[in-house]
Design a protein around this ligand. Structure first.
Ligand code: GLN
Length: 460
């Protein structure tokens, strides 16, 4: 279901009937556990306003879903955690405000790994989300709920956040389009912070055209997020012809599922047939990207999560006799195991004895990775490879082995560490019928060009 189709439905029926149907469909697929709450009352009230002509815009009446780490009115904003289970927000995220200003209607909040820590949505405090193509498989994550609800056709689009792959990987596991923009393209104001130097906001859609429209609406400077860039995103009429594209061979090793490689190679053949040139390139620092990521990101998130102290907002433990006990109990009860693991790693690598050995070293390696990307972009318009080493794995398969789980992020974290735009587009299915995604990474601010290329390939 595309935005255009939904707008057409609204025209022939009404925003109210379209929103009612989306809400009914959402209830029908409740067993996927993709949504944590429905913002029913507010959604219907807004739909009526659209029908009366009081709300207008490019998305007037179009229902959508937001990952539940975005602050939005109409229900709690939980980040899939007990810490924020009953947190009623006093404000809305800038990205949500921009969509609302165009008349879009949020119908619910999507499940995620608690505080976006994870790649399968199994770390949610409220149970895992199931894959849209096979309920015995993971949704991917951490924006698993957003990807599944879009793939099931309940809404034409959903918002996600991507710190190290959380939009791209679930999009790939569920056969939908996912956009991780250039760092700073979309304001993060009002989104629960994970790792401030790699957090990004983007759409999950059923086609590329919709992703372009949403990016053009959400991008731009926000004085409440000092990292935002002046708006550079512009929908391009056509893809740049005869592009020189680098196939990242480090992402195509024998450790990668052969069917994933096969689908990527087929996509490459189509790119060639469309007049583009593909050459193998290597990104040697990619081997260390995961190690850098799992030092830098825990460091940043341990600091960002320090605000959940049981005093200012969110959960507060009962019965504590001292301040230290209050902190300890509150955080013990409010965070999931994965949150705690990362807070401990982050505190460790930032501690005075280990800062130089781990955190500083990781930041130096990150600079080398950025240099490698820059060098490649002197010669290539963009880079291509798989999104993840496998298709969606079985629920429970990796839960007991965090390292194995982290390995799923090996191809998405490099672009995150370098702040580069990277998109995930469907590239067919495995013989078991599971979706495979292809990842296209470009230089800073090439978001529009990556999407134009993906759009030009969609019908091929
Ligand atoms: N899977 C990655 C992680 O666990 C990415 C998370 C994200 O992008 N929010 O950190």
């Amino acid at each position: 279901m595309t935005i255009k189709e939904v707008l057409q439905q609204i025209k022939v029926s009404s925003a109210r009937s379209v929103v009612e149907k989306a809400l009914a469909d959402a209830k029908e697929v409740a067993d996927y556990n993709a949504l944590l709450s429905l913002t029913e009352e507010r959604a219907l009230a807004r739909a009526d306003e659209v029908d009366k002509g009081k709300i207008t815009g490019r998305l007037a009446g179009v229902p959508y879903v937001i990952k539940d780490n975005f602050l939005a009115f109409g229900g709690p904003s939980t980040a899939a955690s007990h810490m924020l289970e009953f947190f009623d927000t006093p404000l809305q995220a800038t990205s949500v405000e921009k969509l609302e200003a165009e008349g879009a209607i949020c119908i619910g909040k999507a499940n995620l790994d608690a505080f976006a820590h994870g790649g399968s949505t199994e770390n949610s405090a409220f149970g895992p989300t199931k894959n849209a193509y096979d309920k015995s498989c993971v949704a991917g994550g951490s924006s698993g709920g957003s990807a599944v609800i879009t793939a099931l056709g309940v809404v034409p689009f959903a918002l996600g956040s991507d710190t190290g792959g959380s939009i791209r990987q679930p999009a790939s596991y569920n056969g939908v389009v996912g956009v991780k923009p250039t760092y700073g393209t979309v304001s993060r104001y009002g989104v629960v912070a994970m790792a401030s130097s790699t957090d990004t906001i983007g759409p999950i859609t059923s086609n590329v055209e919709d992703a372009e429209l949403l990016m053009s609406i959400m991008s731009g400077l926000d004085k409440r997020d000092m990292t935002t860039l002046p708006d550079f995103f512009e929908i391009l009429p056509d893809a740049m012809p005869s592009q020189k594209i680098g196939l990242v061979k480090d992402f195509m090793s024998e450790h990668v599922d052969s069917e994933v490689r096969a689908r990527v190679n087929e996509y490459i053949e189509k790119l060639k047939a469309a007049g583009h040139t593909i050459e193998e390139v290597s990104l040697p620092m990619a081997e260390y990207a995961l190690a850098m990521y799992y030092i830098i990101v825990p460091a940043e998130l341990s600091s960002n999560l320090a605000r959940y102290d049981g005093i200012r907002y969110g959960h507060q433990a009962e019965g504590a006799k001292t301040l230290a006990e209050l902190y300890g109990r509150t955080r013990g009860q409010g965070f999931e195991a994965e949150n705690k693991r990362r807070i401990m790693i982050g505190s460790y690598v930032l501690s005075s004895g280990f800062f130089d050995a781990y955190y500083l070293q990781a930041q130096k390696a990150r600079t080398l990775l950025i240099h490698e990307f820059n060098k490649l972009f002197e010669q290539y318009d963009c880079l291509i490879g798989p999104v993840a080493p496998s298709t969606a794995f079985k629920l429970g398969e990796n839960v007991a082995d965090p390292i194995k789980m982290y390995l799923e992020d090996i191809m998405t974290v490099p672009a995150s560490l370098a702040g580069l735009p990277s998109i995930s587009v469907p590239a067919g299915k495995s013989s078991a019928g599971m979706p495979v995604g292809v990842q296209i990474i470009g230089p800073m601010k090439s978001d529009a060009s990556l999407l134009a290329l993906a759009r030009s390939m969609e019908s091929k």
